[in-house]
Design a protein around this ligand. Structure first.
Ligand code: NAD
Length: 472
């Protein structure tokens, strides 16, 4: 879908909020406060390019809600970044954190650049200067505002930001907590890189395991054998596709910006990833059919569609041609408000972005906790747990006479390491939140999961404002 200048992500999010607010008793004055961004920082800064020329870079950091601090949200590098987009994404972060009970307010950052126009050295300069701009305005810090990766950024950019922050605050013992999504070797947490995609898998699997929900949309229960199309093979898309495939789904289509590929017999996600890296294109993969333009693939026959690239991908223009029964919003805002109405009218189910892609912020929260505690998860208890397990296994073997194989024993005895703890914390968060949203949908009669998720978020945010005494 091309970028539509009249489209406003922020207005779309506000319109979802207004619809959901009708199911709450929140005072209109408080609702107006909840909806608006609290701080909008716009900066223009120069960098010197490798060829000696100068370029002025436009960037934003928008802190949507200070009802909880620090605020949290990714930084996006894209030529399409606008203030409206960053505001909308920041607002989504506020609702997302509330839905999964992560104690942060929402924020988002954006730098308006086409990454491929710059060398690595220039990207580093842009990132460090952006970090400086945030630091100098008190918009970065483990207790203030904690960015993370988003579209076009990753652990490398986060490492540059933490390094810049540490240079300004060499005595800050919590400096590592000023960003999340850092490399593991730099106080990151095991599992953050794949967290959003793994969370998408947990969310879709949970929804598909509820017979009543699947009956409503005419699908049989369970993920196994379901045909899935994924848009975007970046961080979120790749990991969503990989875990959905490992969970038994058949990935029949993958769309990237250069085109899409479709194979009704199923694609091997890791192999497609390798193919794209080697050939600089997803097209011409083994037995798959090329699909061009790639947006056409969204309309192909499948059970589950996972848009995991960008916002504004399913619009009133293509919504009525979508065949999937279940749409899992792995990206932020891929289905517009108008398109959502069309899809729901067609009897489809949408698992909303601010729930489904909350795995990233959930594990970011774990990383921040690890940074503040300065100890990795499992370090204190892993061996103790293993010794306890060993005693239990020894006792069972001696009383029953059953001898376990060395592999069985190893599996039962080992204590939980950081990754085990992170993954189980993520699974618990996604599973619990899904059932909480369903319960709100059914008890309040909101009809859609999106409205129910927002009702749940709005009530939690309003309660915090009331506790703070800001709105008597
Ligand atoms: P990414 O940069 O790693 O990947 C995005 C992918 O989408 C790239 O491979 C890109 O080539 C592809 N793409 C771009 N335009 C496309 C088009 N028109 N059609 C098909 N593919 C296209 O970014 P990401 O981190 O995976 O983020 C993807 C989405 O998920 C964004 O909406 C982001 O805000 C959201 N999200 C990301 C995280 C996270 O932890 N990274 C967390 C929550 C939400």
């Amino acid at each position: 879908m091309s970028k539509d200048n009249s489209y406003s992500l922020f207005e779309d999010v506000c319109s979802f909020v207004d619809e959901a607010a009708q199911y709450t008793n929140i005072h209109p004055g408080l609702l107006a406060q909840i909806k608006q961004p609290n701080v909008v920082l716009k900066v223009n800064f120069p960098i010197r390019l490798d060829n000696g020329q100068y370029k002025v870079i436009e960037a934003w950091r928008i802190q949507h809600s200070h009802h909880k601090t620090p605020v949290k949200g990714g930084i996006r590098y894209s030529e399409h970044v606008t203030e409206d987009e960053v505001s909308g994404l920041a607002a989504l972060m506020t609702y997302k954190c509330a839905i999964v009970d992560i104690p942060f307010g929402g924020a988002k950052g954006g730098i308006k650049i086409r990454k491929s126009d710059f060398t690595d050295n220039e990207i580093e300069k842009i990132t460090r200067r952006y970090a400086y701009e945030l630091i100098s305005r008190d918009c970065l810090g483990p207790a203030i505002d904690v960015p993370a990766p988003d579209y076009g950024t990753g652990p490398r950019e986060m490492a540059w930001i933490v390094d810049t922050y540490s240079a300004f605050y060499p005595d800050s013992i919590n400096a590592a907590g000023c960003v999340t999504g850092k490399p593991l070797s730099l106080a990151g947490v095991d599992g953050r890189n794949e967290a959003t995609g793994l969370g998408v898998y947990f969310g879709i699997r949970e929804a598909m395991d509820v017979p009543e929900d699947m009956n409503r949309i005419g699908l049989s229960t369970g993920l196994a054998g379901k045909r899935v199309i994924v848009q975007g093979l970046g961080n979120v898309g790749f990991h969503s596709a990989k875990y959905l495939q490992e969970g038994g789904a058949v990935i029949v289509g993958i769309a990237e910006y250069e085109g899409g590929i479709y194979d009704p017999n199923g694609l091997d996600v890791e192999d497609v990833f390798r193919h794209r890296k080697e050939n600089k294109s997803i097209l011409n993969y083994k037995n798959a059919q090329n699909v061009s333009p790639s947006t056409q693939l969204l309309e192909y026959d499948c059970d589950v569609l996972v848009p995991a690239a960008l916002e504004n991908q399913i619009t009133p223009e293509n919504a009525s041609r979508i065949k999937a029964r279940l749409i899992g919003e792995a990206a932020n805002g891929p289905v517009t408000a108008e398109a959502a109405k069309i899809l729901i009218g067609m009897g489809k189910m949408i698992i909303p972005d601010f729930y489904l892609n909350a795995g990233g912020v959930t594990v970011s929260y774990f990383e921040w906790l690890k940074n503040l505690a300065r100890v990795s998860f499992g370090k204190m208890e892993k061996r103790h747990e293993a010794l306890n397990n060993q005693r239990i296994v020894d006792a069972i073997e001696s009383t029953t006479g059953v001898k376990l194989t060395p592999l069985q024993r190893k599996d039962l005895v080992r204590g939980a390491g950081e990754r085990d703890i992170v993954v189980s914390g993520l699974e618990e968060t996604m599973v619990e939140a899904y059932h909480e949203i369903r319960q709100v949908r059914d008890s309040k009669g909101t009809g859609t999961l999106r409205k129910a998720a927002l009702v749940s978020a709005l009530e939690k945010i309003a309660a915090t404002y009331l506790e703070l005494g800001i709105f008597p």
